[in-house]
Structures are given as structure tokens and as C-alpha cells.
Ligand binder design. Structure first.
Ligand SMILES: NC(=O)c1ccc[n+]([C@@H]2O[C@H](COP(=O)([O-])OP(=O)(O)OC[C@H]3O[C@@H](n4cnc5c(N)ncnc54)[C@H](O)[C@@H]3O)[C@@H](O)[C@H]2O)c1
Length: 367
């Protein structure tokens, strides 16, 4: 059965909750989704009040169970710090609400699996905030691989640096607390990168990792992984949280039998470069990448109104608007959203294995 107007409730009106609210408001105002931002919840009274005013939510709650049990809430966005995700998702699912949960789903893969099982038993749909899947340049890279002969994958490398999100950018103390965040740069930030590596190169079958605590905080600030994929390709990942005053940067490189794709993200300037045996190096900029995003969403680039284009493709919010557009459309047409909890579980398995590998100083096979 197809739902028309969807009532949305969002729990956690901090950084990322507001990012989703900005994106969903823009989608709604541009006529791209039929959704009512009905209720918000936060334990921080001031944050709740200001968000409710800003996003014109009819209801506010300080207890998430009250939001979940509001009859006008059909889907629940879970945007609290990570340690709360498990309980909130399970409660929402048991109340038969579809859920969108921020990454990481939980502190461990077994917890993430439990969350998935509860959503399955309840018959609700569940999406996850692995937003790099809606990055325009990565979608362009997917498009290249699908339309050109790159041959088999050989080697991928991701290196990602971010200023400690405890004191910069997000300014969130909980990210330095292991019992809330579950870990540092590996689980909190680079779960995105592991998802991307498996999305492009397929399942990983073994992990060798070293994580470091150079800043002497409770959570790791460095993680280096060597990952072997099932078909033999190798990926390496270097992830760091530092205290330098420089733009965050994510560099992703894929080498194939017959071609190369390199993507630079987060930095002041973003671009993609590719090269094949037949073609010289080509640099792709924003507009072409945005077309790949619109194609993926099934939105016709030629006929799109300017406000709808801005809602979907504005630099900085585009991944969030695109993932919510895809999520809400999937829920409204009774399809499973992508990425879903199974995608997150696949990434959590590798995160867990990387921590185990580093603790035991040996390679961990993924069974
Ligand atoms: N997808 C992404 O790219 C991305 C980026 C950043 C953060 N995140 C994830 O989003 C989540 C939130 O991160 P953030 O930076 O927004 O944190 P934040 O601290 O800015 O916001 C969290 C909010 O949740 C509220 N909260 C805490 N416990 C609560 C409870 N029991 N009930 C209701 N509200 C509660 C806090 O008061 C706060 O306002 C984390 O899991 C983080 O990993 C995802």
C-alpha cells in the first residue's frame, strides 16, 4: 500500500539532525517529497526549542518514546550519538515505524545485526546514513565503470584526514568518549570508507589493521588497514584525526586492469580524474557529477526546476538531500531503501575485524 503524506519524526537535533532537517525542508519546499516534519525530540531543551522554531515542527518531545508513539509519525530519523542508536531503532521498529538511522548503527556488528533482526521481525524498512553512496563524484565513478571497459579491479586506496571532531567542526565532546562513540576515526569516520571499498570492489575476505592512539585520548586517532577482497583485489585505507588547521580531505583511488579513477572529496575543491588504456586523462567537475546524482535518483536533469536542482545538488548538503530523497521515495513506494541495514552490517563486520586484527597483531579472516 502506498502512503501519501509521510509524517516524519527526528530524534537528536544536533549537527547531523539539523543537516537532515535542512535537506528535507529544501526537498519538501521544492515539491520533491511529500513529507510533514511533524515532531522533533532532544534531551537538550534549548536545542529542541530552536530546532522546532526553525523547522516549524508541530510537536516536540524530550523522551524519544513519546515521539515514536505519536500516531502522526510514520518514519523516525535517529540522529543521536551512537550509543543510543540501538535502543531507539528497536523501539521505533517495535512500534511499526520505518527508520533512518545515522551511521555507525552501533558499537559492534552483533549489535547492528540485532537491530536488523528487530526491524525484520517488525516488518519495517530501515535505511542508514552512509551518505558517501550519494556523493555525486562517486556516483560518476560508478557510471564510468558501468559504461566503459575498466577490466578487473586491482587496487584501491583511500586516505582520509579530518580535524578532531571533538574540538573542531562538529564540536562534540561525546566523540572523545569511547563508551558513547564506540571508537574513533575508524568506526566514527571511516565506516563510510569501508562501505565505499566494498561497494566498488566487492566483499572483503581478510583484514590486517593497526590502529593508534597518538593523542592519548580514549578513542583511536589513526587507523591503517590492508584489505583483501574476495576476487583478489587489494584495498588500503589510512584514516587520521589530527589537530591541524587544514581542510578535511578524502582521496580515493581505484586502479583497474585497464583504467584508473581518482576522486578528491571534502577538500576546498572536489573533482574526479579518470584514464583508460584507450583514453587520455580526463578531469570531471561538479556539473557532470551532479548529472550522475540526478540520474541515480531518477530525476530528469533536463526538466528540473532551479529550486529542485538546488535542493538536490547544493554543495555540502547534496549527499544528505539525495539520501533522504531516495529513502522517503523508497518508503512511500514500499521498497527497501538503499543503503540499508545489511550494507551497514557488511561495513561493521570489517570495522570489528580491523579492531580485532590490531589488538591481536595478526590478519583476521572474514568467515
Ligand atoms: N552520515 C554522516 O556523514 C554523519 C556525519 C556526522 C555525524 N553522523 C552521526 O550522527 C550522529 C549524531 O552526530 P552529531 O554530530 O549530530 O552529534 P550532536 O552531539 O551534534 O547531536 C546529537 C544530539 O542528540 C541529542 N541526544 C542525545 N541523547 C539523546 C536522547 N536520549 N534522546 C534524544 N536526543 C538525544 C543531543 O542532545 C544532541 O543534540 C552520530 O551517530 C554520528 O556518528 C553522521
Amino acid at each position: 500500500m502506498s502512503k501519501a503524506k509521510t509524517g516524519l519524526g527526528l530524534i537528536g537535533t544536533g549537527n547531523i539532525g539539523r543537516m537532515h532537517l535542512v535537506a528535507i525542508t529544501a526537498l519538501r519546499d521544492a515539491g520533491l517529497v511529500d513529507v510533514d516534519i511533524h515532531a522533533l525530540c532532544d534531551i537538550d531543551e534549548e536545542s529542541l526549542k530552536s530546532a522546532a522554531e526553525l523547522f516549524e515542527a508541530a510537536k516536540t518531545y524530550e523522551d524519544y518514546n513519546d515521539l515514536i508513539n505519536d500516531d502522526n509519525v510514520d518514519i523516525v530519523y535517529v540522529c543521536t550519538p551512537t550509543s543510543k542508536h540501538t535502543d531507539i531503532v528497536k523501539s521505533a521498529a517495535r512500534a511499526k515505524k520505518d527508520v533512518f538511522c545515522e551511521k555507525p548503527l552501533a558499537h559492534s556488528c552483533p549489535q547492528a545485526r540485532e537491530m536488523f533482526a528487530v526491524t525484520k521481525d517488525a516488518g519495517v524498512r530501515a535505511g542508514v546514513g552512509l551518505v558517501l553512496r550519494y556523493d555525486p563524484f562517486l556516483l560518476y565513478a560508478k557510471h564510468l565503470i558501468e559504461t566503459r571497459d575498466f577490466g578487473y579491479p586491482v587496487l584501491a586506496h583511500i586516505r582520509v584526514d579530518q580535524h578532531f571532531p571533538i574540538e573542531h567542526g562538529y564540536y562534540t565532546q561525546w566523540r572523545g568518549n569511547h563508551s558513547i562513540a564506540g571508537g574513533g576515526t575508524l568506526i566514527e569516520h571511516s565506516i563510510h570508507d569501508i562501505d565505499i571499498l566494498q561497494w566498488f570492489f566487492g566483499d572483503i575476505e581478510s583484514v590486517y589493521a593497526k590502529v593508534g592512539f597518538f593523542s592519548e585520548r580514549e578513542v583511536e586517532d589513526q587507523a591503517s588497514l590492508i584489505l583483501t577482497h574476495k576476487d583478489g583485489a587489494v584495498s588500503t585505507l589510512d584514516s587520521i584525526w589530527h589537530s591541524l588547521d587544514r581542510p578535511n580531505e578524502r582521496r580515493i583511488e581505484f586502479f583497474f586492469e585497464k583504467g584508473y579513477i581518482g576522486v578528491t572529496l571534502e577538500a576546498d575543491e572536489r573533482w574526479l580524474e579518470f584514464q583508460t588504456i584507450e583514453e587520455v586523462r580526463v578531469r570531471v567537475h561538479r556539473d557532470n557529477a551532479n548529472n550522475a546524482l540526478l540520474d541515480t535518483l531518477g530525476v530528469r536533469a533536463k526538466n528540473i526546476a532551479p529550486e529542485a536542482y538546488d535542493a538536490l545538488a547544493t554543495v555540502g548538503t547534496e549527499r544528505f538531500s539525495a539520501i533522504s530523497y531516495a529513502f522517503i521515495k523508497a518508503i512511500q513506494s514500499d521498497r527497501d531503501p538503499s543503503p540499508g541495514f545489511l550494507d551497514a552490517i557488511a561495513a561493521h563486520r570489517i570495522v570489528d575485524a580491523a579492531y580485532e586484527s590490531s589488538n591481536k597483531t595478526r590478519t583476521v579472516e572474514i568467515l
